[in-house]
Write a protein that binds this ligand. Structure first.
Ligand code: FAD
Length: 443
């Protein structure tokens, strides 16, 4: 495709956010999609959106995240076929340390009309789980939050579904076009053109939706590498790195997905378990961990088995030296190792008898990927350099298909109350999101 020399809106990144924003801009602009160009250095779904587990849930301790997710779930529900969305529901199954956090989530879900069931207490939790999956055997569980909405979607298929909607409204998607720099208006910080490997493209607005590559674009925009963050206690932490990387741990058990049917023969909700019970190896009985651990899993025909993951770990290297490319399973540095396989398959067996003795069936193929996280591990949706809109989801984001609609509203003159809690200024002002007791950085 030949590139236009100028276009009002350039969207960098053809993942879930870039394409959702482009589609929604096309719906709102008088010139429709003709005024929107999406560029991607590789192809559609070649970033995190194309390898995401695809879980869609509302289980967040932070009220602002919950309201945002409820909005996104409505978008998933608006066209399940095009988005390859499976509304099987989602379960947060927790140990005592998380019971009151999750009870609060359940109460607040009721307040915003998000349908869920909260089961309180060890005995009732066990009964609830066994009524659904009769081989349930996880110990130390004292609450279950069963979200009736949400579930999961097929990663690449949903990105292509979004692209189809955007292109049908006239949006152009140019692949193999890499952003290498920015040209500024004279005497201003505003961007007047995006430099690419195929020449400059003049523009009025830039949308940055580059997922794990956000740090490289942030650096090209000459934004600060480190910032001050005011904590909830009013204390200022200075020189905090703006971007850090976490390694996401995911894999697949190579069994028939139908192995994980409910007692009445249906596909079950996505299951997420957080436990502080000691976890022993399903292979040799050795202790794997006596600290809080967590896993999630679902039967998935797209991945060809039982697919899921465990808590990620922070990449300790200097963020300037972390190699994001080659990305995902192609990375020599950030694919899961033997520790993950052992832990995750043993945890599956801890939860359900049907997974005992199945660790040898783990798919021996590279999986996982890295995510680029903000200082508080929550998204930043905000304008920079006057005309650059940054969508940095801090790796929460495949499920956030609706953010593009809200960003498109803001780009065309409105302000979104749902996006307001995610401004960059929250770090300096100490308006941080509350933290839960989950072992995951994203709950
Ligand atoms: C293993 C894994 C599992 C995950 N599971 C889930 C999950 O179950 N649920 C969930 O909600 N989230 C999940 N996530 C997080 C989620 O995938 C991301 O938050 C989300 O997909 C980010 O979308 P994006 O559109 O911002 O970026 P991406 O999908 O990464 O797209 C960014 C695009 O930008 C392009 N790009 C980068 N730099 C440039 C440049 N200089 N010029 C041009 N193009 C460029 C890339 O080629 C890429 O295609 C997971 C992430 C990982 C890694």
């Amino acid at each position: 495709m030949s590139l236009p020399p100028r276009i009002p809106y350039i969207v960098i990144g053809a993942g879930i956010h870039g394409l959702s924003t482009a589609w929604n801009l096309a719906k709102r602009l008088p010139g429709g999609g003709e005024d929107v160009l999406v560029i991607d250095k590789h192809g559609m779904a070649s970033g995190a959106s194309g390898i995401a587990c695809g879980v869609i849930r509302n289980n967040y301790y932070q009220p602002a995240m919950r309201e945002l997710m409820a909005h996104s779930v409505r978008i998933w529900e608006s066209d399940p076929k095009a988005f390859s969305y499976h509304p099987v529901g989602y379960m947060q199954i927790s140990c005592e340390a998380m019971r009151s956090d999750v009870a609060q989530i359940a109460r607040e879900q009721q307040e915003i009309g998000y349908e869920s069931v909260f089961v309180d207490g060890a005995r009732d939790s066990l009964k609830y789980m066994r009524d659904l999956l009769d081989d349930w055997q996880a110990r130390g569980i004292t609450s279950v939050l069963h979200e009736k909405k949400g579930g999961y979607a097929n990663n690449t298929a949903s990105v292509y579904g979004l692209a189809g909607k955007a292109e049908a409204l006239g949006v152009r998607v140019a692949t193999g076009v890499e952003v290498t720099g920015f040209e500024r208006e004279s005497g201003s910080v505003a961007i007047r053109a995006v430099q690419t490997n195929r020449g400059p493209i003049a523009c009025e607005h830039v949308v940055v939706a580059v997922g794990p590559w956000v740090k490289s674009i942030w650096d090209l925009l000459e934004l600060p590498k480190a910032i001050d963050v005011k904590g909830p206690d009013g204390r200022l932490a200075t020189d905090v790195p703006m971007w850090v990387y976490w390694s996401l741990q995911e894999g697949t058990l190579d069994v028939d997905p139908n192995l994980q049917q409910t007692n009445d023969g249906r596909m079950p909700p996505v299951i997420h378990v957080d436990s502080d019970a000691p976890l022993y190896s399903d292979l040799d009985g050795s202790l794997i961990t006596d600290e809080t651990w967590g896993i999630y899993y679902k039967p998935d025909f797209n991945f060809g088995g039982i697919q899921g993951g465990a808590a990620p770990f922070r990449v300790r290297a200097d963020p300037d030296g972390v190699k994001v490319d080659p990305y995902g399973p192609a990375s020599p540095d950030f694919v899961v190792g033997e520790d993950f396989t052992h832990m995750w398959t043993s945890a599956l067996a801890f939860c359900q008898k049907r997974f005992e003795g199945k660790s040898g069936m783990y798919k021996r193929e590279p999986s996982g990927g890295i995510g680029c996280f903000t200082p508080d591990s929550f998204p930043v949706f905000d304008r920079f350099c006057e005309n650059v809109y940054l969508i940095a989801d801090s790796n929460h984001g495949y499920k956030m298909i609706g953010v593009g609609e809200l960003v498109a509203q803001e780009l065309t003159g409105a302000t979104s109350a749902l996006l307001e809690p995610f401004r960059f200024s929250r770090y300096a002002e100490g308006r941080l999101h509350p933290r839960s007791h989950s072992p995951f950085p994203w709950s």
